[in-house]
Design a protein around this ligand. Structure first.
Ligand SMILES: Cc1cc2nc3c(=O)[nH]c(=O)nc-3n(C[C@H](O)[C@H](O)[C@H](O)COP(=O)(O)OP(=O)(O)OC[C@H]3O[C@@H](n4cnc5c(N)ncnc54)[C@H](O)[C@@H]3O)c2cc1C
Length: 448
C-alpha cells in the first residue's frame, strides 16, 4: 500500500489508523469481507488501553497488570463472545467473587450491585426500598434522550438514585449519572425494551466479568495480541501525521517516513487525534470531535500480603464525593494467573469527572484514603501508578445527535470508529464495529 504501488480503486484496499481494540476489530471484519487491510499503530504494541503489561513481582517473578479493563462483562453470546470463540480463545472468570462493598457514610456496606446489597443498602427509607422492588411493574418506555439519572429514577426510584447510583456509575464510567446519556449504553436500553432491569435481565441471561485466555496466557491484552497476530497486518510504531484526499477518490496517509495510498480510510483513534487529522479537510467534523469531553483516570496498582477472606478477590465502590476523588477498588483473585503467587493485587481508580483532593496526589495520600475503607490491608510491597489520560470519552446526553451530525460531516470513503462513537465497553465496541462493517457503504461489495 506504499505510494510507489499502482492504486486500483476496485480492490477496496483500506488503512485502519489506530491499533486499539476498535481498529483491530475493524480490520478483522474488513479482512473477512475480502478487503486488503493494513493497521497503523503509533505505539510499539497493539491493543491501546486493552493491554496486559508485564509487572514482575518483588523477586522478579512473572506478574502482570491490566492497562485498561481487568476483564470483559459478557453473557452467553454476542459479537465479542463469538469472536473470542472464533479466535480459539477461552474465557475464564475474572470479576471479584469475594466480598464486594459500597463505601459510604464512613463505613463499608454490602455492594448494591448484588440483590442482598440492594435490600440492605444504607440511607433508604422503607417506601424507597419497596419502590425498588416494584421495578418489574414500572411501564417500559425506552427513551434514548434520557440521562442515566432520569432512567434509574424512573425504574428504581429517587432513593436508589440518591443513595446508590452515584457509586455504581462512578465505579464503572467515572462520571456522575446526570452527565451520561442513556443512548450510549445499549445494554440498558435493551433491558428496558425486554421488560425492565429485572425481567429484561432474566430474559437476557446473566453477564459475568471474564478474561480471555490463550492456553496459560490470560489477560484482556491476550485478545488484542491474538487478533493482531492473526491479522498479520498491524504495523506498530507507525503514527499517522496527516491525511489527504486523492484526485480520483481514495486517500493518502502520511506517516513519519512513509506514505500509504488506499481506497478507504478508517479512523479508530482517540477523538482528539481524529480531530487533528480531519481539521484541514473537514473542519465541522473536527469541531464536533473536539467537543467530545475525555475523562482522565489515575490508576494505582499495588501488591500486598494476602488478607484472609479475600482470596476470591474484592470490589469496593465509593459513594462520591466521600472518596475525595477515589472512585473504586478491585483486585485479582488469588488464583488469577496474572497475579504473583502469595500476593494480593489491588487496583485503585481516581479522578474521571470527579475532582481529586490534592492530598491524594501521591501514593501516601491514596494509601491513607484506602485504609479508611480497607482496614485489613497491610502496607504494600510494590506500587505502580499508570496514568490514563483521556481514558474514557464522556458520552453526554445528546451524544447520539452529535454522532449523527459528525457522520454526516465526514468526507467520502472515510470512516470513524471507537469508544467515542459506540461507548467505552469492549462488548459495545465489538457490537458497534460489527454493525458498521455489515453496512460498509461506500467501498462497493469487494471481491467475492
Ligand atoms: C483504566 C481503564 C479501565 C477500563 N475498564 C473497562 C472495563 O472494565 N470494561 C470495558 O469494557 N472497558 C473498559 N475500559 C475501556 C476500554 O478499554 C476502551 O474503551 C477501549 O479499549 C477503547 O478502544 P479503542 O480502540 O477505541 O481506543 P484506544 O484503546 O484508545 O486505541 C486507540 C489507538 O490509536 C493509537 N493512535 C493514537 N494516535 C495515533 C496515530 N496518530 N496514528 C496511529 N495510531 C494512533 C493509540 O496508540 C491506540 O493504540 C477501560 C479503560 C481504561 C483506561
Amino acid at each position: 500500500m506504499g505510494s510507489g504501488e499502482a492504486r486500483d480503486p476496485g480492490t477496496g484496499r483500506v488503512i485502519v489508523l489506530g491499533g486499539g481494540i476498535s481498529g483491530l476489530l475493524a480490520a478483522w471484519h474488513l479482512r473477512e469481507r475480502g478487503r486488503e487491510v493494513e493497521v497503523w499503530e503509533a505505539s510499539g504494541a497493539p491493543g491501546g488501553w486493552a493491554q496486559t503489561l508485564p509487572w514482575p513481582g518483588p523477586g522478579g517473578e512473572p506478574g502482570f497488570l491490566e492497562r485498561g479493563p481487568q476483564g470483559v462483562l459478557v453473557g452467553r453470546d454476542g459479537p465479542l463472545v463469538r469472536l473470542i470463540g472464533e479466535l480459539g480463545l477461552t474465557l475464564r472468570g475474572a470479576g471479584p467473587k469475594g466480598p464486594r462493598w459500597l463505601a459510604k457514610a464512613g463505613g463499608r456496606h454490602p455492594s448494591p450491585a448484588t440483590p442482598a446489597g440492594l435490600l440492605r443498602a444504607p440511607g433508604l427509607t422503607t417506601p424507597e426500598r419497596l419502590r425498588m422492588l416494584a421495578e418489574p411493574f414500572v411501564p417500559c418506555r425506552p427513551d434514548s434522550t434520557e440521562d442515566l439519572r432520569s432512567y434509574f429514577s424512573r425504574r428504581l426510584g429517587d432513593g436508589f438514585v440518591r443513595e446508590l447510583l452515584p457509586a455504581l456509575v462512578a465505579g464503572v464510567l467515572a462520571a456522575p449519572p446526570e452527565r451520561i446519556g442513556l443512548e450510549t449504553l445499549p445494554r440498558l436500553r435493551r433491558l428496558e425494551a425486554r421488560g425492565g432491569l429485572l425481567i429484561g435481565g432474566l430474559r437476557t441471561g446473566a453477564e459475568h466479568t471474564r478474561v480471555p485466555c490463550a492456553g496459560e496466557a490470560c489477560g484482556v491484552g491476550t485478545l488484542a495480541g491474538v487478533l493482531a497476530d492473526r491479522l498479520g497486518c498491524v504495523l506498530t510504531n507507525r503514527s499517522a501525521r496527516a491525511i489527504e484526499t486523492l484526485p480520483g477518490g481514495g486517500w493518502r496517509v502520511h506517516g513519519e517516513d512513509v506514505v500509504g495510498e488506499v481506497d478507504g480510510l478508517v479512523l479508530a483513534l482517540p477523538a482528539a487525534v481524529s480531530a487533528a487529522l480531519l481539521r484541514p479537510l473537514a473542519p465541522e467534523a473536527a469541531a464536533l470531535l473536539d467537543a467530545i469531553p475525555r475523562l482522565d483516570l489515575r490508576v494505582w496498582h499495588s501488591r500486598h500480603a494476602p488478607v484472609p477472606g479475600w482470596e476470591r478477590g474484592i470490589g469496593l465502590l465509593v459513594h462520591p464525593p466521600e472518596g475525595r476523588g477515589l472512585l473504586g477498588v478491585a483486585s485479582f483473585a488469588a488464583d488469577d494467573p496474572r497475579g504473583v503467587p502469595g500476593l494480593f493485587q489491588l487496583r485503585t481508580y481516581l479522578g474521571g469527572a470527579y475532582p481529586v483532593d490534592p492530598e491524594l496526589s501521591d501514593w501516601a495520600g491514596v494509601w491513607r484514603e484506602l485504609r479508611r475503607w480497607l482496614l485489613e490491608l497491610g502496607e504494600p510491597v510494590q506500587v505502580r501508578e499508570e496514568a490514563c489520560p483521556g481514558a474514557f470519552p464522556l458520552l453526554e446526553p445528546g451524544h447520539g445527535a452529535r454522532v449523527a451530525r459528525l457522520l454526516a460531516a465526514l468526507p467520502p470513503r472515510l470512516h470513524w470508529l471507537g469508544a467515542a462513537r459506540f461507548g467505552p465497553g469492549l462488548p459495545d465496541l465489538a457490537e458497534g464495529v460489527e454493525a458498521w462493517a455489515r453496512s460498509w457503504p461506500d467501498l462497493g461489495p469487494g471481491p467475492a
